[in-house]
Design a protein. Structure first.
Length: 303
């Protein structure tokens, strides 16, 4: 049985990835400081180390457990927080990634799979962003994710990598009480009878990809996509207003929304071309948005 490390495995996407790996009989270890992740998300067959990826103690874990593959998801993942405290963001996302990468080199890991963000690296786009597009991050979070990618590429001399640039991921376990994750926030507000705030007056467009599809891209990267950077999105732009209307129909909400301008660090239009992931990984999004949103609403009713 192979030992696999998932950093950030108590978080939204990481915990779903852990479930899929456990299901496939990998022995899964998690490093997570629980800054936004939750112990209750963690699969009972995985082992959780509660510490930060920047912590010196991480070296002891690598010494004790020989990992074949490392999925690096631990990150400060909130654009707004990164604008307020860019140093915290850089420590977590740049120094944290660098610490894990250096340990992967020291302990001979076979492959490193990095969760990056097409949502913030490309900035504003007018057509589906392709991987060769020049990066144009406008938030400290986007800058730290891009720096993380560059460090990952530096280490390619020691082990292969796959970089997955997600669009806006949504699904069960996404924090409905946080600042990010508009699907969970809108869904939760509607179920609580509270008004939703549509920033950018509902006009900004995003590319919403369901978490199960994102997990599948990670699983495919265990065998394929060495030294490649790929978008993981649907290629379809959806406005905040359209998303709001779809959720409204599913929930049956009738509270009028509040319209406000965009906030610091936010962009107007971002969606990703997924063609390369299809060619390289054989990956395509499989969950239609209405189906994914219905699943999230069903889950929100239980929390
Ligand atoms: N959710 C999205 O739409 C999206 C889009 C693009 C990229 N991503 C990337 O995917 C990854 C997972 O994001 P998520 O949406 O599941 O967020 P999340 O906040 O739910 O998960 C991040 C996890 O990392 C942990 N963590 C944060 N900083 C840490 C540190 N310094 N040391 C150890 N653990 C730490 C948190 O406690 C949490 O469990 C992140 O790298 C994020 O940048 C997410």
């Amino acid at each position: 049985m192979q030992n696999v490390l998932v950093t950030g495995g108590a978080g939204f996407i990481g915990s779903h990835l852990v479930d899929a790996l456990v299901e496939r009989e990998y022995k899964v270890f998690i490093i997570d400081d629980l800054s936004t992740g939750k112990e209750e998300n963690v699969n009972s067959r995985a082992f959780l180390y509660k510490l930060s990826v920047q912590d010196d103690g991480v070296g002891g874990i690598f010494k004790k457990v020989k990992f074949s593959h490392v999925f690096h998801l631990a990150a400060q993942a909130d654009v707004r927080k990164s604008c307020g405290d860019p140093s915290y963001d850089a420590k977590s996302n740049i120094m944290g990634a660098l610490n894990i990468l250096s340990l992967c080199r020291s302990y001979g890991v076979k492959k490193f799979i990095f969760s990056s963000s097409g949502g913030v690296i490309y900035g504003d786009v007018k057509k589906p962003a392709r991987e060769e597009e020049p990066p144009s991050p406008v938030s400290p979070y986007g800058i730290s994710k891009l720096a993380g990618e560059l460090y990952v590429k530096f280490f390619r001399a020691y082990f292969p990598y796959t970089i997955l640039r997600y669009s806006n991921v949504y699904g069960e376990r996404q924090d409905p009480f946080g600042e990010a994750g508009v699907v969970s926030i809108f869904g939760n507000n509607m179920l609580d009878g509270k008004p939703c705030t549509l920033y950018g007056y509902g006009k900004p467009v995003r590319d919403y990809v369901y978490v199960e599809d994102v997990v599948r891209a990670n699983m495919l990267s265990l065998q394929r996509g060495d030294n490649e950077t790929m978008n993981i999105g649907t290629g379809k732009p959806t406005s905040v207003q359209q998303l709001y209307s779809m959720l409204k129909e599913i929930v049956g909400d009738n509270i009028p929304p509040v319209h406000k301008p965009l906030r610091d660090g936010e962009i107007n239009s971002n969606y990703l071309c997924p063609d390369k992931a299809k060619d390289v990984l054989g990956w395509q999004p499989s969950v239609p948005m209405k189906g994914g949103l219905s699943r999230v609403v069903k889950w929100l009713k239980t929390v």
